[in-house]
Design a binder for this molecule. Structure first.
Ligand code: NIG
Ligand code: FE
Length: 411
């Protein structure tokens, strides 16, 4: 067994004596810390922690944190980071006034990425995605969910999911795969969307399950994309094949996405720009994690999800990057913290809970990730020389992570 000891930690943040599934409502404002702390790692797990004056452990390797902060790695529970090419042209269209839906209608958006992905080789997709993974690791991410959904044919969807499987093997990040066959309707299915839904149900889902390529199933349930009825059919089929729903909902409209997600036991419903009393009441009856994607709302200049209302209603809130080439070309979770504070009025403590323990829940890993607790994966980072943890979202745009540890090893 290899024992690594981190000493002289200015403040060990997000410590849990008893590990929790998620943090709800006003508890989100609390973040337990230990000042002047040590952290002991055995192999890939957290073994112990405490104040320096109680330290009586020895180890194979000791790292002096030199009075820097230690935080659990971010869990980014919603990304589309396997993609081909980039879409800055549409970004210009947006600046000139076209909406996300208008761009999509013209064959841009998701269809544009699908065309490029279908042409790209598995190796190219893998190499590009590996680079993105390295980038997010350097910004403090330790676990990431990655969706398919730029394939839109059975063959290309399977290609994407196989790339994700390779990433799982090659990267030190904890990775979960989400099958998002119903991300957009291919042009050849325009006017007969039901046939595409049948293809997802009859061909794609069974194949994905047979090859064990995904843990989750997603649907873009919204006005202009997939209806509540279509979503229900696909989630039903996915669930039968052992895929857990985690869906795109209520981004563009009060479209019933939250209700259908909750009905099918979704682990999370994501985006949530359009949330009122009714949606909050539905969420309150469920174990579904409301997940906000601040980068997408920022980049598309959309109205912001009512995060404060949800927290005040006693709900938990998670936040993730939505890293993708169209609506959120960044996987930087430190920026998500800043957006959380500035645009959603979360305190830095709430924002850290939203991007660690609650987002871990939203990807089904809060028993092993998302906090500093004994027995959990040793995924954490040591900050640069910063004065407070509030400084992380405050001094935005630069990297406050100095060293990252994943599975107990520095990466
Ligand atoms: O989460 N809303 C749907 N899907 C993605 C956008 C994907 C794209 O534009 O390429 C999202 O924002
Ligand atoms: Fe998304």
């Amino acid at each position: 067994m290899k024992r690594t000891l981190i000493t002289n930690i200015k403040s060990l943040v997000q410590v849990e004596d008893t590990a929790r599934e998620a943090v709800c409502g006003k508890d989100m404002a609390e973040l337990k810390t230990i000042e002047n702390a040590y952290l002991l790692i055995e192999d890939d797990k957290i073994a112990d922690f405490g104040t320096m004056d109680t330290l009586c452990e020895n180890a194979d390797m000791t790292i002096d944190a030199k009075q820097r902060f230690v935080l659990p790695s971010f869990c980014d529970s919603h990304t589309h980071l396997v993609y081909a090419g980039s879409r800055e042209i549409e970004y210009i269209d947006k600046i000139r006034g076209l909406s996300y839906e208008e761009i999509a209608k013209r064959g841009g958006g998701i269809l544009n990425s699908a065309k490029r992905l279908q042409e790209a080789s598995e190796d190219e997709l893998f190499e590009d995605a590996m680079q993105r993974l390295e980038e997010i690791i350097s910004y403090g991410t330790g676990a990431v969910e990655i969706k398919s959904g730029y394939g839109l044919t059975t063959e290309a969807e399977l290609k994407m999911l196989r790339v994700i499987r390779r990433l799982k093997e090659a990267s030190p990040l904890t990775i979960k795969a989400n099958f998002l066959g119903a991300h957009g309707v291919p042009l050849e299915y325009r006017g007969r969307q039901g046939d595409f839904v049948n293809l997802v149900i009859e061909e794609m889902i069974p194949q994905v399950a047979k090859e064990n390529l995904a843990e989750f199933i997603d649907v873009f349930c919204d006005t202009g994309f997939f209806t509540v009825e279509e979503t229900a059919r696909m989630l039903e089929a996915g669930t039968k094949h052992g895929l857990v729903p985690k869906i795109h909902a209520n981004e563009l409209d009060y479209s019933g996405g939250i209700e259908v997600g909750v009905k099918y036991g979704a682990l999370s419903v994501d985006h949530l720009e359009c949330v009122g009393e009714k949606e909050i009441a539905t969420l309150k009856t469920s174990k579904t994690m409301p997940t906000i994607l601040p980068g997408a709302a920022f980049f598309l200049n959309m109205p912001y999800s009512p995060a404060r209302k949800m927290i005040e209603a006693g709900l938990p809130v998670a936040m993730a990057s939505d890293f993708n080439p169209g609506s959120s070309p960044s996987g930087n979770m430190q920026m998500v913290l800043t957006f959380a504070c500035v645009n959603y009025r979360l305190t830095p403590q709430e924002a850290i809970n939203a991007t660690t323990i609650n987002s871990a829940y939203a990807m089904g890993i809060s028993h092993t990730h998302g906090s500093i607790a004994k027995g959990k994966k040793a995924n954490f980072y040591i900050t640069k020389d910063i004065p407070t943890i509030e400084y992380i979202p405050y001094y935005y745009g630069t990297n406050k992570v100095e060293r990252t540890f994943l599975n107990g090893k520095q990466v």
